[in-house]
Design a protein around this ligand. Structure first.
Ligand code: 5GP
Length: 208
């Protein structure tokens, strides 16, 4: 088996808003542009300063989102802090077949749906070093209102209950995105080498 034949892995990155998932994803895409790709979600939330349509999200109206749900174009979706967020089906399946690891940066409800709909996916939970750091990071963004920050902290407290349903945990220390990205690369590499993911290839090893 050479590396080219190893399958691309769809993997979920969840974690409280402000845990630094976005920076970790940037790091992965910068270092490994040929082997990692981001699944771009659709959302009805307004773009933040610097966010680009089609790069960070597909920013669409509520009406368009509901049309895409009815049209079965969305693999999974959720309503988070008053807005829809969802994974377009085409983001996932077109790339894993060509050996690319596809990152789904989604919250816990979506992650549980991915587990059900796509059992080969790996679920990784990213945590900040502590709760104070999380709050400071949310405030430091300067783009969230006080109400939004309170909502996101409350959601984080709720979501942590789902941690046991994940496969791996990665702590994102301050200025630690590069180290966290390296840990994720190691996790994905190990997963790619699992016998269960390569049995078909390995069994035909001696066939001519
Ligand atoms: P934000 O508004 O901070 O960009 O995202 C809010 C939450 O929505 C984050 O926890 C993010 O991971 C989640 N999210 C983003 N895209 C999706 C998606 O396609 N599906 C689901 N279920 N959650 C998503």
């Amino acid at each position: 088996m050479n590396n080219k034949k190893l399958p691309g892995i769809p993997f979920v990155l969840s974690g409280p808003s402000g845990c630094g998932k976005g920076t970790i994803v940037k790091e992965l895409l910068k270092k490994y542009p040929d082997t990692f790709a981001l699944s771009v979600s659709a959302t009805t939330r307004a773009p933040r300063v610097g966010e680009v349509d089609g790069v960070h999200y597909y920013f669409i109206t509520r009406e368009e989102f509901e049309h895409r749900i009815d049209d079965q174009q969305i693999l999974e979706y959720t309503s988070y802090c008053g807005n829809y967020y969802g994974t377009p089906k085409k983001e996932l399946y077109e790339r894993t077949v060509s050996g690319i690891n596809v990152i789904l940066e989604i919250e816990v409800e979506g992650a549980m749906n991915v587990r059900r709909l796509c059992p080969e996916a790996v679920l990784i939970y990213v945590l900040p070093p502590d709760a104070e750091t999380l709050e400071a990071r949310l405030r430091g963004r300067g783009t969230n209102t006080e109400e939004d920050i309170a909502n996101r902290l409350a959601t984080a407290r709720e979501e942590i209950r789902c941690l046991p349903d994940y496969d791996y945990i990665v702590i994102n220390e301050n200025d630690g995105a590069e180290a966290a990205a390296d840990e994720i690369v190691n996790i994905i590499a190990s997963e790619q080498h699992k016998v269960s993911r390569n049995l078909e290839n390995a069994i035909h090893f001696f066939d001519n």
